[in-house]
Design a protein around this ligand. Structure first.
Ligand code: ADP
Length: 189
């Protein structure tokens, strides 16, 4: 099963992707985690990504597409995966479609985790206290990430709707209930 998880920052993508990956025995690939790790380790990638991330902007498409291409080429994704945080722009979605096609592969579903703006802002400010992510602690950076999501990421919802693989799941309420809803949405035909 090859899945993409979509949703605004704070929608619970990361938390739920981890849970579902474990339950369905899929690889969980979070571009946010991967980039934060690169920044922490001071790698070339980390150096390039840092200023964008601190401002709540997206890192350039070619940078992130290159990383995903490497993952696809390495065969790591061969047994099924959940992409969390990628794609985030229409060019990224197109690049993903093309690289998968080249490998005779494709996505089974794109899952949109639906939550309201108010809920997102509440969740990110409490996450800031728990996880200590600088991009969560600064209200103006949080607002910018939401803006960036609306302008750059929301258009890929239409992209996947047109490909007839989009499924929306209500992302509000009890964490276990959301996991259950996701699992149902993913496993039903
Ligand atoms: P969130 O969804 O909570 O905003 P993520 O952990 O998914 O956080 O991403 C954190 C940051 O990493 C983003 O704000 C962005 O700067 C960068 N990033 C992650 N994935 C991508 C991507 N696919 N394209 C561009 N930038 C990305």
């Amino acid at each position: 099963m090859n899945l993409v998880f979509l949703g605004p920052p704070g929608s619970g993508k990361g938390t739920q992707a981890k849970r579902i990956a474990k339950k369905l025995d899929l690889l969980h690939l979070s571009t946010g985690d991967l980039l934060r790790e690169a920044v922490k380790n001071g790698t070339e990638l980390g150096k390039k990504a840092k200023t964008y991330m601190e401002a709540g902007e997206l890192v350039p498409d070619d940078l992130i597409v290159g990383i995903i291409e490497e993952k696809v080429a390495s065969g790591e994704l061969a047994d099924g995966y959940i992409l969390d945080g990628f794609p985030r722009t229409v060019p990224q979605a197109e690049a993903l479609r093309d690289m998968l096609k080249k490998n005779d592969s494709g996505l089974d579903k794109a899952i949109l985790i639906d939550v309201t703006d108010e809920e997102v802002i509440d969740r990110l400010s409490s996450r800031a206290k728990i996880e200590g992510r600088a991009d969560d602690a600064d209200v103006s950076v949080v607002r910018n990430r939401l803006d960036v999501y609306k302008k750059q990421t929301q258009p890929i919802i239409d992209f996947y709707e047109k490909e007839s693989i989009l499924t929306k799941v209500d992302g509000e309420g009890d964490i276990d209930d959301i996991t259950y809803r996701l699992q149902e949405a993913i496993t039903k035909k």
